[in-house]
Structures are given as C-alpha cells and as structure tokens.
Design a protein around this ligand. Structure first.
Ligand code: PDD
Length: 281
C-alpha cells in the first residue's frame, strides 16, 4: 500500500508526519472520505465543496486546486489497486512550534491521502442483516458542520457502540432529539411513513451521502421531512438507517436494544441503499 504525504507517494508502513504537525498536537485540521465504486470517486463534487468550506471556516489555505487534488486522489486509487473502497484525505494547518494561535507567517498546509479496499460482499451481508445503534449524550462542540479531525467525542461514542455490539452511536441533544451518528447521519421512516432526518441548520455535519440520498428520495417521490426525531420516535419507527461515505445507506434494526419494526431491514431503507449505490456507480 502507498500513502500520499506532502507531495509524494511513500510506502504506507513508512509514511509519517512531523511531531509538531498541528493536526497531531491540536487536531487543527480537516478531512474528507470518499467512497470508491469501480475505481471512481462517489459524490466527488460534494465532498470537494465541503472540503473547501471546512478549510475556509478554519482559515487553512487550500493546499492545491480541485483539479490537482483530483489527480492525486485518482493516483492514490490506482497505486493501491482500489476498485471498491474508500479514500481518506486529511489537511492540517501544517508544522510549526507548538502554540495554540496560528503560525505567523503561515506555513504550508500538510496533506495526507490514503486509499483502502472494501469488500462489498461483506458490506452487503451486513446491510442485509441489519445493524444496531446505541445512543449517547451529545458532548461535541458548536461547529459540527466543519469536518474537523478533532474526533475524540466521536471516538468515545463509537467505542460505546462497539462494546454493545452496535455499529454506530447516535448523539442525543438535551431535548432528547437525535443529532447524528459518530460517523454518519441518522434517519427513520416514522410511524406515518415519512422519511425523517435532522435539518442541517442544526449543529451537525452536512453529510454528502445524506444530500445525495435526498435527491434520490425526491426522484422516487417518497415523503420526506428534514425534521429531528426523538429516541422514542426512533424506537417506534417503521424503519431506521444511517448514511455516510463509509456505510452508504445501512439499515438499523435496533436502537438501544429496542427492535425497530419487525427486526429486519425495512423495504424503504433496502430500496434506498440499492438506488444510492446505482447512482454512485
Ligand atoms: N464520516 N456525520 C458525521 C459526524 C460524520 O463523520 C460523517 C462522515 C457523516 C456522513 O457524511 P458523508 O455522507 O459526507 O460521509 C455524518 C466519515 C465517513 C468518517 O468519519 O469516516
């Protein structure tokens, strides 16, 4: 395997960044993850748009143009022989002696790209079975719209999920409303049969898979409301699922141990997974 580190491809096992990279010391950086289908980036434009937005929000310079970055991402896919998989990109503010404030003058942002294969047959089997989520209190900062590499609350939440045999943890705010997952957006098909997912005016990540799926839902003419739902509503829902570049559209059949619907992946989630993948291909 090969990783791209600051301008060149190196062996994955030997790839390294400086100890004073601000990503390492301060989580001062952002990232993106693309799904790869047939060797091509899924939802490429949406992920780029969000990358520029995240960087601008943190006043980190764009390390290269979209065109140049596309070339490097494709090269990462090619060098790692990824046909079905994922690409990870991280941009940090760069290397400078430790100081909370930005380096002045600015230093060049540091770029790392990795690519890995995903076994789609394993992923399909997981989706066909349906997965579990657990809920945890929302403890994150007020700028979850930025795809920051500062993921400690997400990592802790995911660990709670793992310990309960769940694939994901849903954060729940002080109103009892689900915000989103540790690395995905949260959805239900509510008791009235409407698709529900939290609006992006709230403090959540504007998922690219979420927004593509909204297009798929509009084309399919399904009823949808961008409105938050409570944990109780999720437990009483007909169906639940999560979306993200890592999971695509993944049916959820248990929330905090409570069975959703008949305990099997629902027809809407199953159909939307298929439609999303067809579109992304
Ligand atoms: N996570 N919400 C959070 C907190 C996320 O970290 C992610 C993505 C999403 C879904 O966004 P998208 O559809 O654009 O992937 C929502 C990536 C996959 C990760 O952290 O690995």
């Amino acid at each position: 395997r090969f990783a791209y580190v600051n301008g060149r491809f190196v062996r994955h096992g030997e790839a390294a960044v400086h100890i004073e990279d601000r990503g390492y010391q301060l989580a001062d950086g952002v990232y993106e993850v693309w799904a790869v289908f047939g060797g091509k980036l899924a939802d490429a434009a949406g992920h780029f748009a969000r990358l520029w937005r995240s960087l601008d929000a943190l006043k980190i310079a764009h390390p290269m143009s979209e065109k140049a970055l596309t070339v490097v991402l494709r090269e990462a896919i090619r060098r790692n022989k990824v046909v079905e998989g994922m690409v990870y990109l991280q941009v940090t503010r760069g290397v400078a002696p430790r100081d909370h404030a930005f380096p002045n003058p600015a230093v060049p942002p540091a770029v790392v790209i990795t690519a890995k294969r995903v076994d789609r047959a394993v992923a399909e089997a997981k989706a066909a079975k349906g997965q579990s989520v657990v809920t945890v209190p929302e403890t994150r900062w007020g700028r979850c719209d930025i795809k920051s590499i500062g993921l400690l609350p997400n990592a802790l939440a995911k660990q709670v999920a793992r310990e309960h045999g769940a694939v994901e943890a849903w954060f729940v705010d002080e109103m009892g409303l689900v915000t989103e997952g540790a690395s995905s957006n949260a959805w239900i098909v509510d008791a009235e049969g409407r698709l529900r997912t939290r609006d992006t005016q709230a403090n959540i990540l504007r998922g690219i898979t979420r927004s593509s799926l909204l297009d798929v839902i509009a084309e399919a003419g399904l009823p949808v409301a961008e409105q938050p739902f409570t944990v109780e509503e999720a437990k009483a829902a007909r169906e639940a699922f999560i979306t993200g570049a890592g999971t695509l559209v993944l049916p959820i059949v248990r929330v905090d141990g409570a069975q959703i619907g008949d305990g099997a992946p629902g027809p809407v989630a199953t159909r939307l997974r298929r439609l999303y993948i067809e579109r992304a291909k």
